[in-house]
Design a protein around this ligand. Structure first.
Ligand code: B16
Ligand code: MG
Length: 216
């Protein structure tokens, strides 16, 4: 019997990947690196600094910047990203999310957020669902990013459960690998790219029956 739900944010609760893309693309352009939508796929679920490192490697510029310059580049991207986030409203919840969170509440299943994003609390406020989550893992408190399972173990712990007692929801392969590595039941949320290793995949949370899911 499952007792808690652990959600990724970007790609599961809302689609912020499009804003990350615009902000990274514009930043990369300034340093003469081209980032397209296909490349952007591999940044999903990856932390801000790791995303920057991947972009620099992609452009063959890994050794061209000091740590201070890299921090400034990441900060610049984030400032642009946060500007883009200002337009978020509850209408930006992905289809079925609102009803699913209602269902979780009705079934007395506490929910947590396991997102690599340091902007998660702000995004949840803008979406009007911050009060639906009993816990939000602070990514700054982690030693390793996804695909390491640490963030999911921490989310379960904050809910007061073992990872095996939780269901994890992810749209990115890195996150899904983390969920499986700690023994959580994994729901893969498909958004184009195939996902490997999920216990079940859906296109929208509306496809799931909560009482049935809790029996897994
Ligand atoms: P920030 P998730 C991730 O969110 C995004 O998918 C990834 O593209 C981003 O780099 C990361 O958050 C960090 O975000 O720059 O806002 O701290 O999928 O783990 O919810
Ligand atoms: Mg995601």
């Amino acid at each position: 019997m499952k007792k808690g739900f652990v959600f990724d944010l970007d790609g599961v609760i809302t689609d912020t990947a499009k804003y990350h893309f615009i902000a990274w693309r514009d930043l990369a352009k300034e340093i003469n690196i081209d980032v397209d939508l296909k490349f952007n796929e591999q940044l999903k679920g990856i932390s801000r600094m790791d995303s920057l490192e991947r972009i620099l490697a992609h452009g063959g510029r890994s050794d061209d910047f000091t740590p201070e310059e890299k921090a400034a580049l990441a900060e610049k991207k984030n400032t642009h990203y946060v500007e883009l986030l200002q337009s978020l409203t509850p209408a930006d919840l992905l289809p079925g999310v609102h009803d699913f969170l209602d269902g979780a509440q009705a079934n007395q299943v506490p929910c947590a957020i396991a997102s690599a994003s340091k902007n998660a609390p702000f995004i949840l406020e803008k979406l009007g669902v911050a009060d639906r989550f009993a816990a939000i893992v602070d990514p700054a408190s982690l030693h390793k990013g996804k695909p390491d399972p640490e963030i999911f173990v921490k989310a379960a712990e904050l809910l007061g459960f073992q990872p095996e007692e939780c269901v994890g929801f992810e749209d990115a392969q890195a996150g899904l690998d983390g969920i499986k590595a700690c023994g959580m039941y994994a729901v893969g949320v498909l958004s184009g790219e195939p996902l490997h290793g999920a216990d079940i995949t859906v296109h929208q949370l509306t496809e799931l029956d909560i009482p049935e899911l809790l029996q897994k």
